[in-house]
Design a protein around this ligand. Structure first.
Ligand SMILES: [Zn+2]
Length: 256
């Protein structure tokens, strides 16, 4: 729980993490003692991990729930971009696990602790290693809110914003929630969450270069939009890979 934290005992007898931005709640002495092995001076292990992270860019696919960002992430996989060892909807399952621990669907306010930042660093290091020579990328709706956490570890990002009108995204998430399977949320929760992700993402993208792909354009002109993505990322797919990416958009048309 307090892995990667730097704990310090204050006058009230409780232990606090002294690292900036850590949301670890104050710990009673007994719990801190149990975690004694983690009370190391400033993270040597962390800086080692940092140096093992690639010098190449990481692609982030950013979009609200139900924005077609999964569709685009799966297109990237077909174009040879590594999105994770185990992916579902273009989402790396390990990254999903880390981000859901920080902000459990449908909550909007993340609780980020040093252990979460450590988990992200370790994931990213492994992610690049597994990618090998391929360009590496990541996609998860929470990244609308948490992209800055990735940027703090690896500033060299290539950002793709999959943009769908907010109201459509809300209605689509409400409709998905009404189905028996998958993540469930009330209408109010869906609306609050999508608005929160929308506002966070707009703020994050305000002064950062990125490629905007309107979901409507992706559906109507898949070849044109896939070519924009290929050019933006500097990819060199085979004709078959390009065709597979374009064809992948087709089945998504019925799912809006
Ligand atoms: Zn901490």
């Amino acid at each position: 729980m307090v892995r990667d934290c730097q704990l310090e005992q204050r006058d009230d007898g409780l232990w606090y993490c002294t690292r900036p931005g850590c949301n670890l709640p104050p710990l009673p002495r007994r719990m801190a003692r149990n975690c004694a092995v983690d009370r190391q001076p400033a993270g040597v292990a962390s800086s080692n991990l940092q140096s093992s992270i690639s010098t190449r860019p990481l692609v982030l696919v950013l979009g609200l729930h139900r924005s077609l960002s999964s569709c685009l992430a799966e297109c990237l996989e077909r174009l040879g971009v590594f999105m994770g060892r185990q992916t579902e909807g273009g989402e790396c399952q390990r990254l999903r696990y880390i981000l859901e621990a920080v902000m459990r669907f449908p909550r909007c306010e993340p609780i980020v602790r040093c252990s979460d930042r450590g988990a992200l660093r370790r994931w990213l290091s492994d992610h690049f290693a597994a990618a090998g020579e391929r360009l590496a990328g990541a996609k998860y709706p929470h990244l609308c809110r948490l992209a800055a956490e990735i940027e703090a570890i690896h500033p060299d990002l290539k950002l793709i914003h999959v943009a769908r009108p907010l109201d459509d995204s809300i209605e689509s998430l409400v409709a998905r929630s009404a189905r028996a399977t998958g993540l469930h949320a009330t209408r109010e929760e869906c609306e609050t969450l999508q608005r929160s992700l929308h506002d966070s993402l707009r703020e994050f993208l305000r002064d950062r270069p990125h490629l905007r792909v309107a979901s409507e354009n992706l559906l109507r002109f898949p070849a044109r939009e896939i070519d924009r993505v290929i050019e933006y990322l500097g990819l060199d797919p085979t004709p078959d890979e390009r065709a597979a990416a374009i064809e992948h958009v087709e089945p998504a048309r019925g799912e809006q």
